[in-house]
Design a binder for this molecule. Structure first.
Ligand SMILES: [Zn+2]
Length: 425
């Protein structure tokens, strides 16, 4: 079996190339321009001064203002109820907030519109990315820090999801330049409060700001900053039969290694749109050891990888916006819901585990998995009585058992079946 390899991470080139006086060196390619813009956006959004973009922080407000300003500079029309903003109040009675101390805070989605033209203009393609993150990683959040040493430390969320936000802005720059007599309206939405349970996306679908037909498709960028090799995962391909052919024909130019996953119910904003019977795609570059920890910093982002994803996604969205036919929604049954408090194992799952089971990408120090001797590369097959076929099996196991329960874990190491005992935390 394939052993876990640390993700190779390109260090960002922080500044645009500077002309050095000789004509040969003054030519700057469009890719380098894009990388410089993405780096600048990323460094603003994932700066310590943004306070981890937690709900209720000035940093989150500053990020919203930055995105609105960028939409304006790009030439998008304001698509909110207050200019580019769609403000609303977090409802303390909402089930998503039941296990937090939050409620009553004012938050805002940020919405920019590229108006359509011709007979397709009343239809909409939505592109989204959440711009919030975990703030100080406190237990005010459902997804509080996975790193127990990280409580009350700024979680910059460079990959999750400053990366997707920069991809959203760069895709807007790319599409705003294109001209064609007929195309659908493209709506760019930076969602708030995703980390609390996709609250911004839920508010948006219940309060759409454009008097149009329903969205014909939604494309989500959530965690696109850690491209390894030239692989990008595209979730939701089972939500319409036209998506895979469209992805493949678009990718013929770029030749990225697309890891296609049918499931449209992944835990991010696109699932909310899919729940409204809209075909969806989710671009992402897998989980990693720094996921939801204070170590998710901009220095580790593969900016050139984001440039490549944006190039592909821009062509893809433009095809969705211009082709005459709408896509055909396909109903994919929702995986078993596993609500309620979750025990912690302390592994980072590999979202592209081949075959059955859940491959461990990393084991967090001091966790149940660490104490039970699990290692990166192990493939978990069973926890207690719960079979772990995929991510949903892992989630089910961790809601079936409670903190303090002792369970037998069956796993593969180098192809050999093994067992260990773990006490969940
Ligand atoms: Zn997250």
């Amino acid at each position: 079996m394939t052993r876990f390899r640390a993700i190779a991470v390109a260090v960002v080139v922080g500044l645009p190339l500077v002309a050095c006086g000789t004509t040969a060196q003054t030519a700057v390619s469009p890719e380098r321009d894009a990388a410089a813009r993405i780096s600048a956006d990323l460094q603003f959004l994932a700066d310590d001064a943004r306070e981890g973009r937690g709900v209720g922080t000035q940093g989150l407000e500053q990020a919203a203002a930055y995105i609105a300003r960028a939409f304006q500079d790009i030439g998008l029309r304001p698509g909110g109820t207050d200019g580019y903003f769609q403000p609303f109040e977090l409802d303390p009675r909402s089930p998503a907030l039941a296990h937090t101390q939050l409620g009553g805070e004012r938050v805002k989605n940020v919405i920019g519109v590229l108006p359509g033209r011709g007979h397709l203009a009343s239809q909409v393609v939505v592109i989204g990315a959440h711009y919030d993150h975990l703030g100080l990683g406190t237990r005010g959040y459902i997804g509080f820090s996975r790193d127990t040493t990280g409580i009350n430390v700024v979680h910059n969320g460079a990959d999750d999801n400053a990366s997707g936000t920069t991809a959203l802005l760069e895709t807007a720059r790319n599409l705003a330049r294109r001209q064609t007599p007929t195309h659908r309206t493209v709506v760019f939405v930076a969602f708030t409060a995703e980390e609390l349970g996709t609250i911004g996306a839920m508010y948006y679908v219940e309060h759409p700001t454009l008097p149009t037909d329903s969205a014909i498709a939604m494309v989500n960028f959530d965690m696109v900053g850690r491209m390894s090799g030239d692989s990008v995962i595209v979730g939701g391909t089972g939500s319409a039969p036209e998506l895979v052919p469209l992805l493949e024909s678009t990718n013929a130019r770029y030749r990225l290694n697309l890891v296609k996953q049918d499931d449209p119910w992944g835990s991010s904003d696109h699932a909310v749109f899919y729940g409204k019977e809209t075909p969806v795609l989710h671009f992402y570059t897998n989980l990693h050891a720094d996921y939801h920890t204070p170590a998710d910093d901009w220095e580790k982002i593969n900016v050139d990888g984001i440039v490549e994803i944006v190039a592909l996604a821009s062509d893809l969205v433009w095809a969705m916006a211009t082709q005459t036919e709408r896509m055909t929604y396909v109903a994919v049954s929702r995986p078993e819901r596993t609500a309620g408090p979750r025990a912690s194992l302390g592994t980072v799952p590999d979202m592209v585990t081949p075959g059955e089971g859940m491959r461990v990408q990393a084991v967090r120090a001091g966790t149940a998995a660490d104490e039970a001797g699990l290692k990166a590369g192990d493939v978990v097959l069973r926890i207690g009585d719960v079979e772990v076929k995929d991510i949903y099996g892992l989630q089910k196991a961790l809601t079936t058992y409670k903190t303090g329960d002792t369970v037998t874990i069956v796993f593969l190491r180098d192809g050999e079946r093994k067992e260990t005992i773990a006490t969940l935390k």
